[in-house]
Design a protein around this ligand. Structure first.
Ligand code: G1P
Length: 294
């Protein structure tokens, strides 16, 4: 029987340099698509997937993450006093209650890589496989990508994948695919940000992972890789022969919200579906249905 996935790790310690100056005082995970911060989409996806414990790996310079994620009783009371009960209820629903919910914050004081960030969460996770969610990768759709992956997971490591143009392989972890069966592909390993000429395929990893608990032992002994960082990709790859590695093609639409173009595309995509913004679209001569994501 496969074990259930009870913990989600959110690596959110990065400095968000690509979005400066917006990220000078505001963590990039709190940048909104319309009115909802990226991190909220990720939390909602994890909740919908039945995750029990959420572990945020953050940085001492980003206290606003915790402030957003946790319930703010005083703000709700103030809203209620002003007759804005609906808003107060929405806030209570999206935030975590310190008593009823299982939420942890751990620090990654130095930017030593995504693998290192995940390792920082080691002492906080529940037994069994863990999920990792990168809020930069916004995936819209129902069911959520993590729910789909957990339903398809049968042990070993699983990563979310999508096909990218060959000239973009150096932006992603790329799978060495051996077999394809519907939305699931088997891989013998993966490589972090290979040049187009050496990439083993065009199947790129996007920010959703379901990982066997042995990932922590592999991360502990993981030498720095691409960019001198401890790469999650390398530790996953080391477990591939032992445990199996599968790529999963999720059904939702993914936006690279780690880039300005991706943020814009996500905003336009959501706005185009909301009649509140029809006038804005008309004013700028935009059609309401964008044909593809960034
Ligand atoms: C990280 C991972 C990479 C993955 C990507 C998905 O890279 O290291 O393997 O393909 O996320 O967004 P980053 O975008 O943080 O450089």
């Amino acid at each position: 029987m496969t074990q259930s996935v009870r913990t989600a790790i959110f690596p959110v310690a990065g400095l968000g340099t690509r979005f400066l100056p917006a990220t000078k005082a505001t963590p990039k995970e709190l940048l909104p698509v319309i009115d909802t911060p990226l991190i909220q989409y990720a939390i909602d996806e994890a909740r919908a997937a039945g995750i029990e414990r959420m572990v945020f790996v953050t940085h001492p310079s980003k206290p606003a993450i915790e402030r957003h994620v946790m319930d703010d009783k005083a703000l709700r009371a103030e809203l209620q006093a002003r007759g804005k009960d609906g808003l107060a209820e929405d806030l209570a629903e999206s935030a975590f209650c310190p008593v009823a919910d299982d939420v942890r914050f751990v620090m990654q004081p130095e930017p030593l890589g995504l693998g290192h960030a995940v390792l920082c969460a080691r002492d906080e996770v529940l037994p069994g496989p863990v999920a990792v969610i990168l809020p930069d990768d916004l995936i819209l759709g129902t069911p959520g990508a993590l729910s789909e992956m957990i339903a398809a997971h049968e042990g070993g490591h699983m990563v979310a994948t999508m096909t990218v143009p060959r000239e973009e392989t150096a932006k992603y972890g790329i799978l060495a695919v051996t077999e394809q069966d519907g939305p699931i592909m088997k891989a013998r390993g993966m490589v972090e940000k290979p040049a187009p000429a050496t990439a083993p395929s065009r199947e790129a990893v996007v920010g959703r992972y379901v990982l066997d608990a042995s990932i922590f032992a592999d991360l502990e002994t993981q030498a720095p890789g691409a960019g001198g960082e401890i790469q999650l990709t390398d530790a996953i790859s080391r477990g591939a022969a032992r445990l199996g590695l599968r790529g999963f093609r999720f059904s939702g639409q993914r936006f690279d919200c780690g880039s300005k173009a991706g943020m814009l595309a996500a905003t336009l995509h959501l706005a185009s579906q909301d009649p509140d913004y029809a006038d804005v679209f008309a004013e700028f001569g935009l059609t309401a249905e964008p044909s593809r994501a960034a």
